[in-house]
Every structure is written in structure tokens, then in C-alpha cells.
Design a protein around this ligand. Structure first.
Ligand SMILES: [Mg+2]
Length: 233
């Protein structure tokens, strides 16, 4: 029975999807509102897809209530557009150094259950992971997504409940790692009472991440042996 549970953020941690997601958000918003949001400066890192969509709408001067009304259709469109953009994701994006190797190593360790904890909706997470062939190493069904709750801080309990209900996981919060690339990933881990490793492969410099005091901080995942040791120790 696996005790260790590792929950991976996707963007900036396992992969970079180029600027594809940003463009797809704009297209989805334009489809619903009728106006392209232009160069929306919304910072996407560490946020959930619904949060990003709402911030783009707000930036266009759309009031919060109308934005909420648009949200389900924007997200639906976003998921459809991203699913059609797989080739572009592959062309402009990449798997981050060591990510595939670490996932493969943990997958082969029977004491480890690993899934995702991401601001992506479940559909968008599936699109990005499948684009790079990473889903084969992840138990995606027990993950937690931006489609479960728009507040990332609420997502650790979602993953723990799924792991326990669907896989009989009986670990404690000490057995759980969240791995991410932003202060929001740390806040989410802390809210869930689990451990957190931050990697410097997103947009936040590694020294800035270190100052936040996560349980571990790494430049990237390229030192596979060290990363595996850290997450299984
Ligand atoms: Mg991220």
C-alpha cells in the first residue's frame, strides 16, 4: 500500500506550454464577450483557470457579476480551444529538465502514489499532460484541479480525499508533498498542512522562492536521484 503521496503542479513545474495557454484564454474570452482582451497583463502562474478567466474579464471592465455569468462558457470554450492546440503546445512548449525521469522513477516505486495538483481544469490538465506523454506516470484520477475549486488553497484536501476513497491511501499529511513553482503552490500546501518543494523553472526566481521558506527548494528537477530521494525520504 503506497504511503507517500506526491502532488505535482503542471505549468512551470513539469512543463512549459509556451504562450499557448495565454492566447487560448484570449480566444475563449473573445468568443463569449465578442471583444478580444488584447494584451491582458494577467499573471497566470499559480492561479486556477477560473481565476485567470475572471481576472481577464475584470481587466476588460466587465463587472464581477457579469464575469461570473460568462465564466462557465469561457471555461468550456477554453477547454475546447486548448484541446485543439496540442500541436502548438508541442511546438512552443517543452517538458522541463528531469521531469519525465523523476515521474518515471516515482511511478516505479510501489511506496509512492503520484498525481497532479494544478490550477488547470481537469480537461486542460489532461490536454497538457497528454501532449507531452506524461499522464502515463500519473494517477490523474485522484488529482485536484482548478475545476474542483477556484481557490488553490482548497485543493490539497480534495486530492487527499480522492487518494483515500479511490486508492485506499492511508497516509498522513506528513507523507504528502506538493511540488510547484510559485508562492501560491506553497500557500496551498501550507493550507493543507502538507510539505512543499518549490522549483525555479517557472517565472519566480529560485532565491525568491527560497525566502518563502518551503521545505525544499530546487533550481529544477534535473538531478533526478536527489529529487527522488527528497520526495521519498
Ligand atoms: Mg505552476
Amino acid at each position: 500500500m503506497p504511503e507517500r503521496l506526491v502532488l505535482w503542479d503542471i505549468d512551470g513545474t513539469l512543463v512549459r506550454a509556451g504562450n499557448v495557454a495565454k492566447n487560448v484564454f484570449a480566444v475563449a474570452v473573445e468568443h463569449v464577450v465578442g471583444t478580444h482582451p488584447g494584451e491582458h497583463g494577467v499573471v497566470m502562474g499559480g492561479k486556477t483557470d477560473p481565476q485567470i478567466a475572471l481576472e481577464i474579464l475584470a481587466g476588460m471592465g466587465i463587472d464581477a457579476r457579469t464575469g461570473e455569468g460568462h465564466l462557465p462558457v469561457v471555461v468550456e470554450r477554453l477547454e475546447a480551444e486548448l484541446a485543439c492546440a496540442v500541436e502548438l503546445i508541442l511546438e512552443r512548449g517543452r517538458v522541463l529538465p528531469g521531469a519525465a525521469e523523476v515521474l518515471a522513477a516515482l511511478h516505479s516505486d510501489p511506496s509512492v502514489l503520484q498525481s497532479v495538483l494544478t490550477g488547470n481544469t481537469a480537461a486542460n490538465a489532461a490536454t497538457k499532460l497528454a501532449a507531452f506523454g506524461l499522464e502515463r506516470w500519473l494517477d490523474v484520477e485522484i488529482g485536484a484541479f482548478g475545476s474542483d475549486d477556484r481557490e488553490r488553497r482548497a485543493l490539497v484536501p480534495v486530492a487527499l480525499r480522492r487518494a483515500s476513497e479511490q486508492r485506499g491511501w492511508e497516509g498522513t499529511t506528513d507523507d504528502v508533498w506538493v511540488v510547484g513553482d510559485t508562492p501560491n503552490d506553497l500557500a496551498c500546501a501550507r493550507a493543507g498542512g502538507v510539505r512543499c518543494a518549490l522549483v525555479g523553472t517557472g517565472h519566480t526566481p529560485v532565491d525568491e522562492l527560497a525566502r518563502l521558506g518551503p521545505d525544499a527548494v530546487l533550481d529544477d528537477l534535473s538531478d533526478v536521484e536527489t529529487v527522488v530521494k527528497l520526495l521519498t525520504a
